[in-house]
Design a protein around this ligand. Structure first.
Ligand code: NAD
Ligand code: ZN
Length: 362
């Protein structure tokens, strides 16, 4: 098991990455002393696969166990699901010391984390991410939220978990599309911060796609270390450090919005195209050398991720990007690669440059 410490004074916690951590979850919770009554927030699909092993582990360590299932997919990140969940927890919560376990992908992590942040003004929770994307990204850093009709993640909080348990054995059941989804974020880490990780992916992306254990542990560990490092320096995303994680996300989110958050593009797929569009902006501004631009684009393609938008109105992508949360006082803000392993935040990119970069990916 590999361990990363995320130092945040009183809110510091560990990220553990290894095999069969779900089977050890009872012992881990006991050691943390965060509560005796576990509420596992998950969905039917994940519980059918892995519910029994986590329940057995918790009961063996004399924790009480209650399952709370929510609908699958982004629909669960809504106020109606949030209130329903909180009402049931409130009825159940008599003479108990609750600890919430977010057992699922990024959707469950964001929802269960937000419930933990606001129920009784905050109760302890742990993240047990079950997708590659959640293990390398969403389970770390304490950003929790639900969606509003106007935009994703519009109602949320910063609320750190007590521990993150990234159990690699749970990834076996992921579809290849889900693995690629996570790979997009791992490529992002390489580009923003770690040329070594990028080179590793160029050589061994096939091992990740085929869920080779060693490769998975390596990329999850390296990605988690980068995310933990950025979060440690900028917990509340107001020091201009954490913003680097948005590489590919400004136009990526715009692609998701323009497609109405349909199943057409997964988050990772939209981010992959967004990364290529941001590269286009970088080249036009003379920031990134051609060689690095083509290496990044090739890796994205080799991993089976898209580099072009199909069947979407380009004007809608442009419109959607204007609503980006990172914009300040009407000024746009992009994270642009300078070379593999280094990005720069650029404000006020000319509209025509953005439009050209979007058009180039059609
Ligand atoms: N908080 C953050 O910092 C942050 C960062 C990135 C993304 N996010 C959020 O994360 C969400 C996306 O997360 P995601 O990509 O994990 O999607 P997801 O949570 O919807 O999971 C994807 C699918 O995989 C299934 N699944 C989960 N684990 C499985 C397993 N082990 N085997 C088989 N199937 C499994 C799920 O049931 C679901 O159908 C978005 O809502 C996004 O906004 C949050
Ligand atoms: Zn992302």
């Amino acid at each position: 098991v590999k361990k990363i410490r995320l130092p945040l004074k009183k809110r510091s916690y560990d990220i553990l990455i290894g095999d069969d951590l779900a089977k050890k979850s009872g012992a881990v919770l006991r050691r943390l002393r965060v509560g005796n009554d576990a509420v596992i927030v998950s969905n039917a699909n994940i519980l059918r696969l892995y519910g029994a092993r986590i329940e057995r582990s918790l009961r063996r360590c004399r924790l009480s166990v209650r399952f709370e299932t929510v609908p699958d997919s982004e629909r669960a990140k809504s106020f109606s699901v949030l209130t329903g969940l909180m009402k049931r927890i409130a009825v159940y919560d008599r003479a108990k010391t609750l600890v919430i376990i977010a057992f699922g992908g990024g959707v469950i992590g964001d929802l269960a984390g937000f419930v933990s942040a606001i129920y009784k003004r905050g109760i302890p929770y742990i993240q047990m991410p079950t997708t590659l994307l959640a293990q390398v990204d969403s389970a770390i850093g304490g950003k929790v939220a639900v969606d509003l009709p106007l935009a994703k993640n519009l109602a949320g909080a910063f609320y750190q978990p007590k521990i993150v348990l990234s159990d690699i054995s749970l990834l076996r059941s992921l579809s290849v599309r889900q693995v690629r989804n996570g790979l997009a974020e791992i490529i992002k880490y390489g580009v923003i911060k770690d040329e070594g990780l990028f080179g590793y992916l160029e050589r061994d992306y096939r091992k990740v796609l085929s869920l080779d254990r060693g490769a998975l542990q390596h990329v999850i560990w390296r990605s988690s270390r980068i995310k933990a490092g950025l979060v440690a320096r900028d917990e509340f995303d107001n020091k201009g450090v954490r913003v680097a994680l948005n590489y590919g996300h400004t136009l990526g989110h715009a692609i998701e919005a323009a497609s109405g958050y349909s199943l057409k593009y997964s988050h990772g797929e939209a981010v992959a195209i967004g990364m290529v569009m941001a590269l286009g902006i970088s080249s036009r501004l003379g920031l990134a050398p051609d060689r690095d631009v083509s290496r990044i684009k090739s890796l994205i393609m080799s991993c089976g991720l898209p580099v072009r938008v199909k069947g979407l109105d380009l004007a809608r992508i442009y419109e959607a990007h204007l609503h980006d949360k990172k914009f300040i006082r009407g000024m746009n803000r992009f994270v642009l690669p300078e070379k593999i392993g280094r990005v720069r935040v650029v404000e006020g990119v000319p509209d025509r440059v953005i439009k050209d970069a979007i058009r180039q990916c059609a």
